[in-house]
Structures are given as structure tokens and as C-alpha cells.
Write a protein that binds this ligand. Structure first.
Ligand code: SAH
Ligand code: SF4
Length: 349
């Protein structure tokens, strides 16, 4: 039986070069193929017009372009957010979100189908874990979003990629980092490292690994509460990576790479949004090069909590800045009407 064709989205440019070289063809073709894939955003070999037929035939015989078919697509009422339900080869499905409220577009991509971390307020956690995504499946999501922008006459508008869709990216470390290196390739999509952000629930060993390997990807950490008990009530896996261990990993990351961390707090009315909660967060992260992003809770089917009131979020911000010199932002609530907000992504059975 022939081996399964190689998905071109799984390869870095040097890997593509050696693949083409291994066919006895000049590796110079690789640069052109790369441009068709990531500048032309070609979805079929028919679009590789100027490639010599023998190269194209070999590509068609031994490789594939792993486009992810769109099962459904929804657009928010305000037109700023579009959500895509994409099909994977084995029948699993994932969600990818395009956001463009900043004038520049952001792709919010999934790293896993489902998630094993079980955060109580998250729709992905509520659906459970299905599997890790491959590098190709991650890259294909970004290419899909880039094509949508291209069709809208904005081919170069994709500026930001955030690993904040379904799944815990540091539980799929290698595939995520390889995908990031493909997105960063300057002769392809050419994203800049400051504009790729990975959000983790707090996988301390993964954070240390990012530091030790000098990962170019920016780090966001979902903190939610400043005590071990407070976190544990919201994030069951805080038992595995307790707060002390997590903060130790964060300090290691900042001191090794000299970079900031973005701490995220999903703010829940009456749960983690009090003045005392804000002071506890300030005391915990004071001294680290940190910024804070407050995310008022978005509704999910499996959790009854309510979002923090606007005044509570403002008060939280003021305490962080006046008391601890910490900058913070409140995430805009967008895409809620199509369940495309933080923590709302899930796929039906
Ligand atoms: N697994 C990663 C990244 C995906 S979730 C993580 O947990 O960090 C992206 C962000 O959305 C996280 O900060 C997460 O805590 C937050 N989030 C999850 N459910 C939410 C909800 N219902 N409302 C608001 N934010 C939520
Ligand atoms: Fe997984 Fe993140 Fe959702 Fe927690 S918040 S269940 S880690 S996707």
C-alpha cells in the first residue's frame, strides 16, 4: 500500500526543501511551492501554475494540501466576529474564530479537539477531550482565515494569531510550536513573534520548556484567582500544577527570556471580582513584568455563574494600577451572540 500522502501544511520550509530534494528534483522548487501555499494561499495543485509539470505531478502523487472543510459558518450581528466549524479527516470538528474589531485581523485557533483540563466555566472543558491537533491542522486554520481575508480584499490583514481556541496548547507542545514556526516564516505568512500568543491554563512544565527553548511565542497565563483554593475551585488541574509551582515557572520564564506575561482572569460576579481578590492578584504578581487581561465571564451551557459587573471590573483595574502599578485591560465582549467568545467554543456530538 502507498504511504499516506504528506500534508504540506505539516512541513517547515527546510523540510519541504529536503522532501523535494529526496525526489531527485532541484530543491529550488521548494521556495516556489512555499509561496504558492502561503502567499498565494493555493488550495489545490491546479493553482501551482508556473511549476514544471514533473514537479507538480510528483507533488500531486505524494502530498496533499490539508484544507479543512467548513461545516458551518456564523457571523456576529455587529459583523466583527466570524466563527467557523471546521471538519477534520477523522470526523472530529473544531472551531476557529476570525476577529477584526481592531482594524487588523486576529485568528483565534484551536490546538486540540475538546480539552481535558475541565475548567468549570468553559464550554470546551465541558465537552471533554477528544484529541490533539496535528501541526497541519493548526496551520490549516490560519490559512483558512487568511483566505477569508483575501477574498474580502484584505490579504495582508492577518496580524495576530492567538492560541485561545479549543484546547490547552501546552498539552500539545510540539505540534503547536512547529505550527508557530511555519506561521513565522518570513517568506510565507510572515507573522511576527510578538503577534502570536499562546494562552495556557497553567501547565508549569510547558512554561519552563518555553523559557528553556526560547520559544518566540508570547505567553498568556489563565490565573483566575490568586490563591490555590480559589484556583482549584475553577480549574481542577490546579491540583497537578499548584499555584506556587506555576508562579515559579512564570518567574523562570520572565527572567530567562526578559519578557512579559499576560495574566488572564475570567471575572465571575461574586466569585473572584471583589476588592480583596484584586489586592491578592496585585500582591501575587507584583514584581513580575506583567499585564492583566480581565475577561467578564461569557455564558456557557454548563455553568450558572454571571459575569462581573462593569463597575467591579473597573474597580479591579483601579486597585491593580493604583496599588501595584499593574496595567490591565478589560476584554471587549464580542461574538457572544454566536458563542464565539472566550470559553464558548464547543462542537456538538
Ligand atoms: N486553554 C487555554 C486557552 C483557551 S481558553 C487557557 O485556558 O488559557 C482562552 C481564555 O478564555 C482563557 O483565559 C480561559 O480561562 C478563558 N475562558 C474560558 N471560559 C470562559 C468563559 N466562559 N468566559 C470568559 N472567559 C473564559
Ligand atoms: Fe481547556 Fe482552557 Fe477551557 Fe480550561 S479554559 S477547559 S484549559 S480550553
Amino acid at each position: 500500500m502507498d504511504p499516506a500522502p504528506t500534508d504540506l501544511y505539516s512541513l517547515t520550509q527546510p523540510e519541504l526543501r529536503s522532501l523535494v530534494g529526496s525526489w531527485g528534483l532541484s530543491p529550488v522548487h521548494a521556495a516556489r511551492i512555499w509561496r504558492y501555499l502561503y502567499l498565494g494561499l493555493a488550495s489545490s495543485f491546479g493553482e501551482f501554475g508556473t511549476l514544471p509539470p514533473r514537479v507538480r505531478d510528483r507533488l500531486a502523487a505524494e502530498t496533499r494540501i490539508g484544507n479543512l472543510p467548513v461545516a458551518t459558518e456564523t457571523e456576529s450581528n455587529d459583523g466583527f466576529t466570524r466563527k467557523f466549524l471546521l471538519g477534520l479527516g477523522d470526523g472530529e470538528r473544531i472551531e476557529t474564530v476570525l476577529m477584526r474589531y481592531t482594524g487588523r485581523a486576529t485568528a483565534c485557533v484551536s490546538s486540540q479537539a475538546g480539552c481535558a483540563m475541565g475548567c468549570v466555566f468553559c464550554a470546551t472543558g465541558q465537552m471533554g477531550y477528544r484529541r490533539n491537533l496535528s501541526t497541519a491542522e493548526i496551520v490549516a486554520q490560519v490559512v483558512h482565515v487568511a483566505r477569508i481575508l483575501g477574498a474580502a480584499g484584505e490579504p495582508r490583514r492577518l496580524r495576530n494569531v492567538v492560541f485561545m481556541g479549543m484546547g490547552e496548547p501546552l498539552q500539545n507542545y510540539s505540534a503547536v510550536m512547529k505550527a508557530a514556526s511555519i506561521l513565522l516564516d518570513p517568506s510565507g505568512l510572515g507573522l511576527s513573534a510578538e503577534r502570536i500568543t499562546l494562552s495556557t491554563v497553567g501547565v508549569a512544565p510547558g512554561i519552563r520548556r518555553m523559557a528553556d527553548e526560547a520559544s518566540p511565542v508570547r505567553l498568556a497565563v489563565s490565573l483566575h484567582a490568586a490563591t490555590q483554593e480559589g484556583r482549584l475551585a475553577l480549574i481542577p488541574v490546579a491540583r497537578k500544577w499548584p499555584l506556587d509551582d506555576l508562579m515559579d515557572a512564570c518567574r523562570h520564564y520572565c527572567s530567562t527570556l526578559g519578557r512579559r506575561i499576560l495574566f488572564e482572569l475570567t471575572l465571575i460576579d461574586g466569585r473572584n471580582d471583589s476588592e480583596e481578590d484584586a489586592h491578592a492578584v496585585g500582591r501575587l504578581i507584583r514584581g513580575l513584568p506583567a499585564q492583566v487581561n480581565l475577561i467578564p465571564l461569557n455564558p456557557t451551557p454548563g455553568y450558572a455563574g454571571a459575569p462581573a459587573a462593569n463597575e467591579a471590573a473597573r474597580r479591579f483595574q483601579k486597585i491593580l494600577s493604583d496599588g501595584y502599578g499593574l496595567r490591565s485591560t478589560v476584554r471587549q465582549r464580542r461574538g457572544i451572540d454566536i458563542a464565539a467568545g472566550c470559553g464558548q467554543l464547543a462542537t456538538p456530538d
